[in-house]
Design a protein around this ligand. Structure first.
Ligand code: HEC
Length: 168
């Protein structure tokens, strides 16, 4: 290899490595445009955007509807899934991110579980409906205690889950 070819090779190598380097930089910047500051500040920012009651209650509301129509259509496996997910959202998300409401959350869980799961296991809709009514009241007790008594839950009339399409 003569000197000219060697120099050319080194130059190409430099250009390519600079390109790769700057691409990497762009990717890093794009991922962290908003996540700036010290590590502590970054953690605070991430913590502040974890889902709270506003977001997760909509999800719980949907699962409450789906729970009712799963049972009504005899899909007891899906009913159990919905009830468990309601429990998980409270225990593993809301009680972690919003501990101020934990006393009421604990009361709700103790009054509702395993009560609703036991009713699901029996696979009899009239019995389930009674348990569901208790669940509805348990949910609303927390709303009253948390001063959002205007969130009055009605008996479900509609489900939007594709698993339950057409169930009335
Ligand atoms: C630990 C207390 C607590 C429990 C238990 C609870 N909720 Fe809520 N719920 C709230 C609070 C607080 C709000 C108001 C949301 C906010 O603060 O942004 C709310 C709001 C809601 C909303 C309105 C959401 C919206 O913004 O459109 C629905 C629907 C709802 N809850 C359903 C339920 C159902 C169904 C249950 C029972 C399976 C339940 N909740 C149990 C505290 C609770």
């Amino acid at each position: 290899m003569n000197r000219k070819t060697l120099l050319f090779g080194i130059c190409i190598g430099l250009v390519v490595s600079l390109m790769i380097g700057s691409l990497g930089q762009v990717a890093v910047n794009a991922a962290s445009d908003w996540l700036t500051g010290t590590v502590d500040e970054k953690i605070d920012k991430l913590a502040s955007i974890q889902p709270g009651y506003g977001i997760m209650m909509q999800q719980i509301g949907q699962r409450y509807n789906d729970l009712y129509f799963s049972a009504k259509s005899g899909n007891w496996g899906f009913a159990e899934h919905q009830a468990e997910e309601i429990q998980v959202i409270l225990q593993e998300i809301l009680m972690v991110t919003k501990p101020k409401r934990n006393e009421d959350a604990k009361k709700f869980l103790a009054a509702s579980f395993p009560m609703i799961l036991d009713a699901i296991k029996k696979e009899k809709f009239p019995e389930f409906e009674k348990a569901f009514e208790t669940l509805r009241n348990n949910c609303m007790n927390c709303h009253i205690s948390q001063k959002v008594e205007f969130v009055k839950l009605k008996k479900p009339v509609l489900t939007t889950s594709p698993v339950l399409a057409g169930v009335k």
